[in-house]
Write a protein of this length. Structure first.
Length: 649
């Protein structure tokens, strides 16, 4: 049987599910398959970091709410040496974000929430399908059209193939041939394939994409269970440096159980880790952990899952294959769980790829722009490095390291601002400080000075408090951002910029107007004229309307404009202009006040009189910036957009 679909997703773990949600919100038909028959009961990943929570809020606030309601909000990391509690360091210390915590929940819970949301959007995972083969049919072979041809199969009789393949991350099993007497086989033709099929990725194996890196010889046991201990656990992630120089990490799960990682030393030359895990009992694990926390007491009352692994640090040589097939999540990169970055890096892979696929699907950009997904290779390298840094900090157990930790943990809260100022020696576990390299979407202005690193293109779009202008129709604000009362001039309540720069697939144009709106002057008139002129032009040239499939087309624009004044808009002389700004329409943007200049400064407009325009990519990173908002500045933004988008007029 042969079928067609614009995008096929292989793998229905969190990465594939999130990819399917984002594409479905863009009204792109997708098909998502998984070789298992249900959500995997095995739950290796637990932590969801601040940057991922920010992204969740911006793409689907309801989804974020479900995560927060079901997860365990974990505010800090506690440090113990054996039974002695040394203190806790808040996750959000020195972090410029609303989400100053890590969210802890089992990976299968994460998957369940994502499956539910995907079902609400009308898409269902097709379980039981195993990917057998995939290849790109080049245009020369098919009368000018290039596509992906993928063979899949499923047993005629249901069989559960779920298994824990995490003993040694990253090893690829042998490819099996289909037995046509036992399986039904289907050939799927798709424009694109997203491979979110895990560390043993069949797609990566079939395409012969290298997966270089290393397997560390240090083994770790992990389990979920009901425990009894006199350790001071609070509601934090708790790290215990044992008397025997080995580490125990404890995470309180939403179901009341604990996820426990146990540093178990070096693999012995003749040891079979799989057999070691299979024979391991809760009593034996209790004894192992008890030695590490002594003289604190520890007992496992019940273990619901016992597993183990060797840390792999690997990254696929290429995330993009012929601009048609894309690796995401563990299929693309694997690393130590010490910093809790693996799942988050994969979810951010999906966020990076979805809007680019959307632009191409709707004819808004050429397929060549999909090569920019390779910028995620840099992100993966950063996550691997930060995970290794956390692993080394956690595992090193000689007397110098132990003495250093005793002192370091006590003074760390005071040192963090200094450390960050000096360039940073701690891993960026919040994932807020990553910067993409320059490419098609991340362009430096050709003639203006490059600002400080924190404000450059490729950086995360910063957040900050703002006040909506009173003339602003409340319907323009997301429900969670609506002010409680309105007063003349401005609202009495503030909103966050990240509450406004929401939605899937939008470019957000941030106009930092400084004092241009503080009185009725030529600056305000010029700004208004440019805003209306370019906004209308861009939406005529680039929009999500599609003649090919009108029922599924988004039928909306690609841009939202947010104009931010540095000072209070109080003069009645500018009310008419303000009304014209907000009269652009309820779905097109907002006018806001930055009372103390905080948001201006967080985007690099540090002094009074400095203004500019910043283009935020649909994944909430800075793509382009220009100083001032005069005619030349608007033309520069127009030139940037023209360089990355195709005309649909």
């Amino acid at each position: 049987m042969n079928t067609t679909v614009p995008i096929l997703i292989s793998g229905a773990g969190p990465i594939g599910l999130f990819q399917a949600i984002l594409l479905t919100k863009l009204k792109i038909p997708v098909r998502i398959i998984d070789r298992d028959y249900d959500i995997s009961p095995f739950s290796k990943s637990t932590g969801i970091q601040p940057r991922t929570l920010e992204i969740m809020n911006m793409v689907d606030h309801g989804l974020l709410t479900e995560f927060i309601n079901q997860g365990n909000v974990t505010p800090a990391i506690s440090f113990n040496f054996a039974d002695k509690f040394y203190g806790a360091i808040p996750f959000g210390l020195n972090m410029d974000t609303t989400y100053k915590h890590m969210l802890v929940q089992e990976q299968n819970r994460t998957s369940s929430i994502l499956v539910k949301r995907l079902n609400e959007l009308g898409v269902f995972v097709e379980y039981g399908w195993e990917l057998l083969d995939t290849k790109v049919i080049d245009a020369e072979e098919n009368e000018g059209e290039s596509y992906v041809e993928t063979s899949i199969r499923r047993p005629r009789k249901e069989r559960n193939t779920t298994k824990d393949d995490g003993v040694v991350f990253g090893q690829v099993g042998e490819h099996q041939k289909a037995d046509h007497d036992e399986y039904e086989v289907e050939v799927v033709r798709s424009r694109f394939l997203v491979a979110a099929d895990g560390a043993r990725s069949t797609v990566r194996h079939l395409l012969k994409i290298g997966f270089p890196g290393r397997t560390l010889s240090h083994k770790t046991y992990m389990f979920d269970g009901d425990i009894e201990t006199n350790l001071n656990l609070h509601n934090n992630v708790t790290m215990v440096q044992g008397a025997n120089k080995q580490l125990v990490e404890l995470f309180r799960l939403p179901n009341g159980l604990f996820r426990v990682f146990v540093d178990s030393g070096e693999m012995q030359p003749d040891e079979d880790l799989t057999k070691s895990i299979q024979s391991l009992t809760a009593d034996e694990l209790t004894e192992i952990v008890a030695k590490r926390v002594y003289p604190a007491t520890f007992k496992i009352k019940n273990a619901t899952w016992i597993s183990g692994f060797l840390v792999n640090e690997r990254r696929a040589e290429n995330f993009v294959y012929k601009n048609k097939i894309f690796l995401a999540g563990d299929a693309a990169h694997i690393h130590s769980p010490s910093a809790g970055l693996g799942l988050n890096t994969g979810l951010q892979d999906s966020n990076n790829l979805a809007w680019k696929l959307g632009l191409v699907h709707y004819g808004l950009a050429p397929e060549s722009i999909l090569a920019t997904y390779s910028e995620r290779e840099t992100a993966a390298d950063t996550s691997i490095a930060n995970s290794n840094k956390a692993l080394v900090m956690n595992r090193s157990g000689d007397w110098r390291s132990r003495l250093f930790k005793r002192v370091f943990f006590k003074v760390l809260p005071y040192l963090i601002p200094v450390i960050k100022y000096l360039g940073g020696t701690l891993p960026d576990t919040g994932m807020l400080n990553f910067q993409y390299p320059q490419n098609t979407f991340n362009k430096v202005h050709e003639h203006q000075p490059i600002p400080e690193k924190a404000f450059q293109v490729g950086n995360r779009a910063a957040d900050g408090p703002l006040r909506p202008v009173a003339h602003l129709n409340q319907s323009t604000l997301p429900v969670e951002a609506k002010p409680k009362t309105l007063q003349h001039g401005t609202t009495s309540d503030t909103v966050r910029l990240h509450q406004l720069t929401t939605g899937v697939g939008y470019f957000h144009i941030i106009v930092f107007a400084d004092n241009a709106l503080s009185s009725k002057n030529q600056g305000a008139a010029e700004l208004l004229a440019n805003l209306k002129k370019h906004f209308d032009s861009w939406n005529n040239r680039w929009n999500y309307k599609s003649d090919a499939d009108k029922e599924r087309a988004l039928d909306r624009g690609l841009f939202k404009i947010h104009t931010i004044a540095r000072y209070h808009i109080a003069s009645k002389g500018v009310e008419e202009s303000i009304d014209q700004f907000t009269g652009l329409g309820s779905d097109k943007g907002n006018v806001l006040e930055d009372e103390d200049g905080t948001v201006h400064k967080r985007y690099g407009f540090l002094k009074d009189g400095q203004s500019g325009i910043v283009v935020i990519r649909p994944d909430y990173y800075i793509g382009f910036r220009v100083q001032d908002h005069d005619n030349a500045a608007w033309n520069d933004v127009d030139q940037y957009l023209s360089s990355v988008l195709s005309s649909t007029a």
